[in-house]
Design a protein around this ligand. Structure first.
Ligand SMILES: *Cc1c(COP(=O)(O)O)cnc(C)c1O
Length: 372
């Protein structure tokens, strides 16, 4: 059975943007602009402006953004890096792949790192912290920055899920040494393949990233400044992303409207927690609309059976995958979230009738009639 409501519908969104995306494609192809060309520069400039930093450097993925950032911060063997227990595995893998050790810390009710629990995980070897802004709402960055300053830690923001989110009006990706971005197709700003970037206010970090993404080479002088990688954002992807970035402010408004519709239809159901948090300093852009059901997997199974595509990230926390050799120090909030999470369809191409169908399906699971 094909789903009544799909989680995302990339084909539908393409048809809405077809003229602009096709024009970008023909421009790139006609000029043969493939590697490190004007579309990449243009997108980098617009991304930096949007985030509120001096620089943006396009990379091949969000993973690369994390990896390059850790290298820029001088993280390596013998160091520890604090990461949340509830995140995508790439946050921790980037730490392991520079030779350092991830030290996991539990999250709070907003799914983001519990800053109150970071202190006890800091040791003399701690070199950096990676707060992750999950699902479209930021970690408590004012507190993270204070703590990092107190302990002399570098801050690398894993902002892959929160482009456009802010705290006190200051956007994700503009607080730490770097902000790390992913343009994986299903992110809030998604390309048509892998893509990523860092944003930073530090000129030396931007220069380092521009070289390391191109095998260490300074493209103007041809000098190699170190052993690097091949992890450049494709010019073609940058051209598509530059088109989509223009629509992002509208899309964020649409996502907030969809979230408000879910809230109106679902608020007050006992056993169902919705992703609306009280602190008005935090602006949520709803990359995901992740609810928590006390009935766990049965809830997600019901939605799927009735034609609603949902995502359950992550039923098995990454530190429980034994091959990763990570230390489980006991993370009760992450454990509870992992049992209960269910992300409902949330994408700009959804229409109100589809959201209403999801709402009815959720309510029927709890034995309730449709609202109103
Ligand atoms: C998507 C994502 C990444 C990695 O992005 P890729 O582009 O797939 O490498 C890292 N961290 C978080 C929180 C993500 O959601």
């Amino acid at each position: 059975m094909s789903a009544r409501v799909r989680f995302v519908n990339a084909g539908k969104l393409y048809s809405q943007l077809k003229d602009e995306l096709d024009a970008a494609y023909f421009d790139v192809m006609t000029h043969g602009d493939l590697i490190d060309r004007r579309h990449l520069r243009s997108f980098e400039q617009h991304l930096a402006e949007f985030v509120g930093t001096k620089y943006a450097v396009g990379l091949n993925s969000g993973y690369d953004a994390l990896h390059v950032s850790l290298r820029a911060a001088g993280v390596g063997p013998g160091h520890e890096v604090i990461v949340p227990a509830h995140t995508f595995v790439a946050t921790a893998s980037a730490v392991v792949n520079v030779g350092a050790r991830p030290v996991l810390v539990d999250v709070g009710a907003d799914f983001n790192i519990d800053v109150g629990k970071v202190e006890e995980a800091v040791t003399p070897r701690t070199k950096a912290i990676i707060p992750v802004h999950l699902s479209g709402t930021m970690a408590d960055m004012p507190s993270v920055m204070k703590l990092a300053e107190r302990h002399g830690l570098a801050v690398v923001e894993d902002a892959c899920q929160s482009l456009g989110a802010s705290v006190d009006g200051r956007r994700a990706g503009s607080w730490g040494l770097t902000g790390c971005w992913s343009f994986y197709p299903f992110k809030i700003l998604g390309g048509y393949g892998d893509g990523g970037a860092i944003t930073t206010n530090d000129e030396a970090v931007a220069r380092f990233a521009r070289r390391i993404r191109y095998n260490g080479e300074d493209r103007e002088t041809g000098e190699y400044h170190g052993h690097g990688f091949t992890c450049l954002l494709d010019n073609l992807q940058a051209a598509f992303l530059d088109v989509k970035l223009r629509h992002l402010p509208d899309w964020i408004r649409r996502r907030k409207a969809l979230a408000a519709r879910y809230r109106a239809g679902l608020e007050g159901i006992p056993g169902l927690l919705l992703p609306h948090y009280a602190d008005p300093r935090f602006d949520h852009v709803y990359q995901n609309y992740t609810v928590r059901s006390d009935r766990g997997e049965a809830f997600s199974a019901h939605l799927r059976e009735h034609g609603v595509e949902v995502l359950t990230q992550w039923r098995k926390p990454y530190y429980r995958h034994s091959a990763l050799l990570l230390e489980d120090r006991g993370f009760p909030v992450t454990e509870a979230i992992s049992r209960e999470v269910c992300s409902l369809p949330m994408a700009v191409e959804l229409d109100d009738a589809e959201v209403d169908f999801v709402i009815r399906t959720v309510r029927s699971f709890y034995g309730l009639e449709a609202a109103e």
